[in-house]
Design a binder for this molecule. Structure first.
Ligand SMILES: Nc1ncnc2c1ncn2[C@@H]1O[C@H](COP(=O)(O)OP(=O)(O)OP(=O)(O)O)[C@@H](O)[C@H]1O
Ligand SMILES: [Mg+2]
Length: 216
C-alpha cells in the first residue's frame, strides 16, 4: 500500500537519508529501529508530507504523494503521531478525539459523532479520563491518546513515533494489545521503537536504519 523509492533527504550539508527503499503491505506491522539521529523521524515526516524529500518517490495507493501537503496526505488515509506528542493540552481528552475525527473545529457534534468518539476512547482505555484536560493525564495515557487520535482520523496507515518510550508497565501492556488489535482490524502500521520486548510482541517485520538507509 505504500512504496518508497530511493528517498534522499539533506538539511544543508547534512545528508540524513541516503536512498531509502521500502514497501509496506496492508495489515502488517513494521518497526523501524536505529540509533539516535539516524533519520527515523525524518522518514515519517517525509511519508506524512511534513518534509519533502530532496530526491525520491513516495507512492500510496497508487498515487505519488511526495509533494502533497500534510492535510492531503492525511485525507488519503495516512495518520501519524509525534515523538513529542503535540496534543491540544488545554482541550479535554474527548475533544482531542473529536477534533481528530472531524478534522475541523466543531460546535455541536451529533449523537453519532459523540458515540464514535466514546467508542475510540474505550478502545484506547481512556473513557474514564474523557473529561480531563489532555495536558493533565499521565504521559502513558497521552501516548494512548495520540494513537486514539490516529484511529479517530480514520487512517489505514498509522505512523507511530516511539509509542512506548518512557512509559509505565500498565500502559505499555495496553499499547501492545492495542497495536495487535489494530493489526487484526487490517490497519497497516509503521512504528519507530527501541523497546525489544515490545518490538518482539508487536512486529511482523523489523527494519534497521543505519547511515540513512534501511539495511535489513
Ligand atoms: N528540520 C530539520 N532541520 C535540520 N536538521 C534536521 C531536521 N530534522 C532532523 N534533522 C537532523 O537530521 C538527523 C536525523 O534526525 P531524526 O529526528 O530523523 O532522527 P531519529 O532517528 O528520529 O532520532 P531519535 O532516535 O533521536 O528520535 C539529526 O541529525 C537531526 O538533527
Ligand atoms: Mg526520532
Amino acid at each position: 500500500m505504500l512504496e518508497l523509492k530511493n528517498i534522499h533527504k539533506s538539511f544543508g550539508d547534512a545528508q540524513v537519508l541516503n536512498g531509502v527503499n521500502l514497501r509496506l503491505e496492508k495489515g502488517c506491522v513494521y518497526t523501524l529501529k536505529g540509533g539516535n539521529g539516524s533519520g527515523k523521524t525524518t522518514l515519517i515526516n517525509i511519508i506524512s508530507g511534513f518534509l519533502k524529500p530532496t530526491v525520491g518517490v513516495v507512492e500510496f495507493k497508487g498515487k505519488k504523494i511526495a509533494r502533497f501537503a500534510p492535510y492531503r496526505v492525511n485525507r488519503l488515509g495516512i495518520g501519524r503521531t509525534f515523538q513529542d506528542l503535540r496534543l491540544a493540552t488545554q482541550m479535554s481528552v474527548y475533544e482531542n478525539i473529536l477534533l481528530a475525527q472531524e478534522k475541523k473545529l466543531f460546535a455541536n457534534p451529533s449523537t453519532e459523532q459523540q458515540k464514535r468518539a466514546d467508542e475510540i476512547l474505550e478502545k484506547v482505555s481512556l473513557l474514564e479520563k474523557r473529561n480531563e484536560l489532555a495536558g493533565e493525564i499521565s504521559y502513558g495515557q497521552q501516548k494512548l491518546l495520540t494513537i486514539g487520535c490516529c484511529i479517530a482520523n480514520d487512517a489505514d496507515l498509522l505512523l507511530i513515533d516511539e509509542p512506548v518510550a518512557g512509559i509505565d508497565k500498565d500502559n505499555l501492556l495496553k499499547i501492545t494489545n492495542l497495536i495487535k488489535q489494530l493489526k487484526q482490524e487490517g490497519k497497516t502500521i509503521l512504528q519507530i521503537e527501541h523497546n525489544t520486548d515490545y518490538i518482539n510482541a508487536t512486529s511482523d517485520h523489523i527494519l534497521q536504519m543505519e547511515k540513512g538507509v534501511i539495511v535489513c
